[in-house]
Write a protein that binds this ligand. Structure first.
Ligand code: UTP
Length: 408
């Protein structure tokens, strides 16, 4: 893109300030800025015009989960089914590790966090350890795709290489990079990270399948004939990955997707609840629930909307393929975004100053025709590390790890 083309485009979009420092940049800086401008998906910024549109929820009903007691009864047949699917090479894994972990405040990829106390034990290492238990049972490794972002890709790859992939076969691990989208201030103006660079942030955890397509890595999925993908977050240190029981239960249910869920700790706990919306699976965020819904109870005293998702899903690949042509909804989050001011001075805001735009994996559940909620025991499988201290922190996760006999 030439300077003139960029100027014309930005004038039309009322974003000419992006070129404010252009004349003072060296040629590499000018080139970088022009290529960034060219790559902008303007639909992202345009979505701001719908920011305050009311969210019209359809008819919400509870969706029955397959509960721990039922899983216990059927565990042998579930395990058999799941192990066979792993052995037949039908299952692949996607680790969502492109986030910025701003709440934790680590200046490197979250997976590089040392969760050990008397020894080094990294978050990535724990995930591989958890995975190896299941692949050892199945007797075969499972293709493992790791999504990073431009911001943490090099560090992540370097970390895996320098730790010899934590003993997982290297040929079964691949990395791919998710897209970045621009950030704006509250007026919808693009924020600048430096005179030659627009502030960009990863486009959320819902675009992973599209990113796999864009990076060409989907060819590998197709070539290997994978039929299911288990996708999960980087920060739940206790989670089971390639879990034969979960795979078996999902296959047995006949559903096109499955979601690991935990029983809510309290009616207003801040988790998204897997429900039905107009007959289709849907995740209703805690802040979207009325008090009446959140507190509603069944005759047996259990909460009617009782199961929260933990970002560990199984999706059938043929269904994911249909999502490639669909537009994922964009969610707008208010965040603190470091940027430069009109004079080129770096500003580190102390309160939120703009918007980031994200797709969410939970919308992929909404795009599936059905989904089986699969209950896991919270204390055994849910230890997310989100915050620097307090709830869902390294400290709370370490306590749960100890409770599960993990030496720290
Ligand atoms: P979170 O929503 O907790 O976001 O991500 P985060 O970026 O890790 O942390 P905060 O909100 O900035 O503190 C849930 C999962 O989705 C991944 C994260 O890496 C994590 O595994 N994720 C999130 C991505 O892969 N890409 C994204 O753009 C956002």
């Amino acid at each position: 893109m030439t300077y003139q083309e960029a100027y014309q485009l930005l004038e039309e979009k009322e974003q000419l300030h992006v070129l404010r420092f252009y004349d003072n940049l060296d040629s590499a800086g000018q080139e970088h800025l022009l290529s960034q401008i060219e790559s902008i998906d303007w639909r992202v910024i345009e979505s701001l015009s719908h920011k305050d549109d009311p969210v019209n929820k359809g008819n919400i009903e509870p969706l029955a989960a397959i509960e721990v007691s039922e899983i216990e009864e059927k565990k042998d047949s579930f395990r058999q089914l799941g192990l066979q699917a792993l052995l037949d090479g039908k299952v692949g894994l996607v680790l969502l590790a492109g986030g910025q972990g701003t709440r934790l405040g680590l200046d490197k990829p979250k997976g590089m966090l040392n969760v050990g106390i008397t020894k080094e034990l990294y978050l990535f290492e724990m995930l591989i350890n958890n995975l190896k238990k299941n692949t050892n049972d199945a007797g075969v490794p499972v293709p493992f795709y790791i999504m990073t972002s431009d911001k943490n890709n090099a560090d992540t790859i370097e970390f895996f290489e320098s730790h010899n992939y934590f003993g997982y076969p290297k040929d079964f691990i691949s990395f791919f990079v998710q897209e970045l989208v621009p950030c704006t201030d509250f007026q919808g103006k693009l924020l600048m990270e430096s005179p030659s660079s627009i502030c960009m942030s990863p486009n959320g955890n819902g675009g992973w399948y599209t990113s796999m397509y864009n990076c060409g890595i989907l060819e590998d999925v197709r070539k290997r004939g994978l039929e299911w993908i288990n996708v999960f977050s980087v920060d739940n240190v206790l989670q089971q990955i390639a879990d034969p029981l979960f795979i078996g239960a999902t296959l047995d249910s006949g559903c096109v997707s499955g979601a690991k869920v935990v029983r809510k700790a309290a009616p207003n706990e801040g988790v998204g609840v897997l429900c039905l919306e107009n007959g289709r699976p849907s995740i209703v965020e805690y802040y979207e629930m009325t008090d009446e819904m959140a507190n509603s109870r069944e005759e047996n005293g259990e909460l009617t909307y009782n199961f929260g998702v933990i970002l560990n899903y199984l999706f059938r690949v043929d269904v994911l393929e249909t999502m490639l042509s669909a537009d994922m909804p964009l969610h707008i989050a208010t965040k603190k975004i470091p940027h430069i001011d009109d004079n080129g001075n770096l500003i580190q805001p102390e309160s939120p100053n703009g918007y980031k735009f994200e797709t969410l994996a939970l919308d992929m559940v909404r795009m599936s025709k059905d989904c089986i909620p699969y209950e896991v025991v919270r204390e055994k499988e849910f230890a997310p590390i989100k915050n620097a201290s307090g709830v869902d922190s390294l400290e709370s996760a370490q306590a749960l790890m100890r409770q599960n006999g993990i030496k720290l």
